[in-house]
Design a protein around this ligand. Structure first.
Ligand code: PMP
Length: 396
């Protein structure tokens, strides 16, 4: 039986979401820009979906725009706010997702902005005094600091950052890809300038997301060629995706407490069992061991290196999907810029386990017993010089 424990990379679509989008794959196929009955039906559903998201986040529906996902939303917010407001200075951190770092670096390369990186403590928490110091020296900066880190799960105090942004007249963008649907955000209480979401992180479809643009801003479109999304984003809407996104967020809020309790218990079970199976010197990256300072669904663990290869690959051999760093970084050189930027031990394997409402305690127990077996086999390989392939065949 396969086990999926990589929900920070993506999640399985909820069956209720599939049910909600089915009519838009079959009978309701109209183009929402068409003025006839077929278009009107679909337009109405897009409007309803926008209203649902706005209501859940405590904003006005005019402030929600559908896009292809968080990568596009981050690019739009960062590139277009620099252009719109002639911003010349940006503050970010070394542990942001590449969908934030790369658009900012492009702006810097083009000579539009200078980037300052806020200091982080050993566990990857933002040094708010340093942030204030940077803002005092560079008022009217663009701040981009994520709400929760996708690799180590650290949760950032975005309310405190927002207050500093207001004090120094800065524009505040926060990458909320990992927190939408998982950490409640009420924008009535905390009016950030821009935040973003991707449906597939909370059991919706892939390739669809949204950007919240505070109504005090008007950005130029990032994608031209149509009047969709009130001119903010050209191109026929991803109707199925939008319907699925709204439904997925509705379910995430409806079942919020139950899901949070479940993922927190799974995380705690994995931590305590791993600490007891006798693998020497496991440790936890960032704040990921904490139940209050990190996501209930993410834990990033530093393991001693195996002689026989990678732990992530070995777990895959046993049908267990986890990741080393974020799935996005895996597509590159495999190294993690996040782990490199915080306190870490060299020559270790850092593994991210990330849970969803579909994981079970039995799965956690199997992950732990498999890890134990992998280390046992690895010791035998070293002691008895037996081929890895042979031992894995035996273990299965
Ligand atoms: N930001 C963060 C923090 C993420 O975790 C991800 C997805 N790994 C993204 C942005 C990009 O999301 P998407 O690939 O859905 O556009």
């Amino acid at each position: 039986m396969e086990i999926y424990c990589d929900s920070a990379a993506t999640t399985a679509i909820d069956p209720e979401v599939i049910e909600a989008i089915l009519p838009y794959l079959t009978t309701n196929f109209g183009n929402p820009s068409s003025s006839h009955w077929a278009g009107r039906k679909v337009r109405e559903m897009i409007d309803n979906s926008r209203n649902t998201i706005a209501r859940l986040l405590g904003v006005s529906s005019e402030e929600i725009f559908f896009v292809s996902g968080a990568t596009e939303a981050n690019n739009l917010a960062l590139s277009e706010s620099v252009r719109e407001y002639d911003l010349t200075h940006a503050i970010t951190s070394k542990i942001e997702h590449k969908a934030v770092l790369q658009p900012l670096l492009k702006q810097e390369k083009e000579g539009n902005i200078e980037i300052s990186y806020v200091k982080l403590d050993k566990k990857g928490n933002i040094d708010l005094d340093h942030l204030e110091h940077l803002l005092a020296a560079n008022p009217q900066s663009l701040i981009s600091l994520m709400h929760a880190n996708n690799e180590i799960g650290n949760i950032t105090d975005i309310e405190a950052i927002n207050k500093l942004a207001e004090k120094y007249n800065a524009v505040f963008h926060t990458d909320t890809t990992q927190t939408i649907g998982k950490v409640k955000i009420d924008l009535k209480e905390f009016p950030a300038d821009f935040l973003v979401g991707s449906a597939h992180k909370f059991h919706g479809p892939k390739g669809v997301g949204f950007i919240y643009i505070n109504k005090k801003h008007k950005l130029k479109p990032f994608i031209l060629g149509g009047a969709q999304e009130k001119g903010q984003r050209g191109g026929t809407e991803n109707v199925i995706g939008i319907v699925g996104l709204a439904k997925a967020l509705e379910i995430a809020y409806r079942d919020f407490d139950r899901i949070h309790k479940k993922t927190a218990a799974l995380k705690q079970r994995l931590i305590s069992q791993l600490e007891n199976i006798g693998i020497p010197e496991i440790s936890f990256n960032g704040e990921s061991k904490s139940s209050s300072k990190s996501l209930s669904s993410v834990v990033n663990i530093s393991f001693p290196c195996l002689q026989s290869g990678s732990l992530v690959n070995s777990l895959d051999t046993f049908g267990i999907a986890v990741s080393g760093g974020s799935a996005c970084s895996n597509l590159g050189n495999g190294g993690s810029h996040v782990i490199s930027a915080i306190q870490h031990e060299d020559n270790r394997e850092n593994v991210r386990f990330s849970f969803s409402k579909f994981n079970t305690t039995e799965e956690i127990d199997r992950i732990v017993s498999t890890i134990s077996k992998i280390y046992e086999i690895d010791n035998n390989i070293v002691e008895e010089s037996i081929g890895a392939q042979q031992l894995f065949a035996w273990a299965q």
